[in-house]
Write a protein that binds this ligand. Structure first.
Ligand code: APR
Length: 320
């Protein structure tokens, strides 16, 4: 059986890390597309030359013609510009909306059967734009945000409780970043919900509130440290986990930016919700009961996303 093919649109910081992780996890052969000639070819060759040492078999190639992504099973999109200190994700809209329009057309032409994972920010609007531009089924186009937000949340909780990250689960809803809605009551350590851990004296409400705030600002914290760009290791790891669930039909339940058609009271938008990812793409949206506070947080988050989508259409009327 031939190997699966993973196409990366954008061969920058996240793109290169995705290629390395796809190789290490033996997800399949990798192609990197980028508008900068030489960079995707160079990164592909560098990683291919690491494969004998790291012990994986895959072909890696790069190019600046969309034809390289032909027949891909999974496409991961990071093309565009990242944030610099002082910028919000929304400041990237003007440049990245155009990039999504081009990437969408390339995917429609060369990889119309692929499962597409968008990472480019502002995420919830860019995944909407890419689905629109590509015309691919909405259940085959998702955005990576929740897995990253919940990974950050899990890491901070594990640090607080001094336990393994493997025993911490976290549950987040809503848009990427500031409008994220963490669900404390569904976040657990070895199955024990965080509110119970507060009652048990393991932590305090104040400490958990601080962790939630740090998670919301997790991206900005990294941007301020790096100064030249934004996070790339954790975003790449999160997207690879999503690709893995699709390619292996694992049916993992993950928080992703998924197209909502009435679920959670939202229609025609991509917002972060838990979904089942398997061979059918998004196979099911998990619709949990929200309490009043959570409902309000989610509605606010969806309204922010709607505003971003409207701004995107103004900048790129071809997406209307
Ligand atoms: N088509 C293809 N590639 C493009 C295009 C385009 N139209 N425009 C830019 N690129 C490429 C750049 O040449 C660069 O190699 O996209 C790559 C982006 O890489 P980085 O600048 O290193 O950015 P990265 O850190 O990988 O982040 C990419 O993901 O998390 C988001 O906010 C982040 O939007 C940003 C994206």
């Amino acid at each position: 059986m031939a190997r699966d093919k993973i196409a990366l649109i954008g061969g920058g910081q996240i793109g290169g890390t995705l290629a390395l992780l796809a190789g290490l996890k033996e997800l399949g052969d990798v192609v990197i597309f980028d508008i900068v000639d030489g960079v995707p070819q160079g990164k592909a060759l560098d990683i291919a030359e690491a494969s004998p040492v790291l012990g994986f078999d895959a072909t890696l190639a790069g190019g600046k013609d969309y034809a390289v992504i032909k027949g891909a099973d999974v496409v991961i999109v990071t093309a565009g510009v990242p944030r610099k200190p002082g910028m919000s994700r929304d400041d990237l809209l003007a440049v990245n909306a155009k990039v999504m329009a081009a990437a969408g057309q390339g995917i429609a032409k060369y990889a119309p059967d692929a499962f597409v994972i968008v990472i480019t920010n502002p995420l919830d609007a860019m995944v909407w734009a890419l689905q629109k531009a590509s015309g691919l089924p909405a259940n085959k186009v998702v955005g990576m945000a929740g897995v990253l937000d919940s990974a950050r949340f899990r890491y901070f909780l594990a640090e607080e409780f001094k336990v393994s990250v493997e025993d911490v689960t976290a549950f987040v809803l809503g848009g990427h970043g500031d409008s994220m809605v963490p669900l404390i009551r569904y976040s657990t350590v070895a199955g024990i919900p965080v509110p119970d851990l507060i009652k048990m004296g393991w932590t305090t409400r104040k400490k958990i509130d601080e962790i939630v705030e740090r998670t919301r600002n997790g991206g900005a914290e990294i941007v301020n440290l790096l100064k030249t760009g934004s996070a790339f290791y954790a975003p790449a790891a999160a997207a690879i986990e999503m690709a893995d669930s699709y390619l292996k039909d694992k049916k993992r339940i993950m928080p992703v930016a998924a197209y909502l058609d009435g679920q959670y009271g939202v229609k025609g938008l991509y917002v972060g919700v838990p979904v089942v990812i398997g061979a059918g793409g998004v196979e099911r949206v998990v619709e949990i009961q929200l309490n009043a506070g959570e409902k309000a947080g989610f509605a606010k988050s969806a309204a922010t996303v709607r505003g971003l989508v409207e701004a995107t259409v103004k900048l790129e009327p071809s997406l209307a």
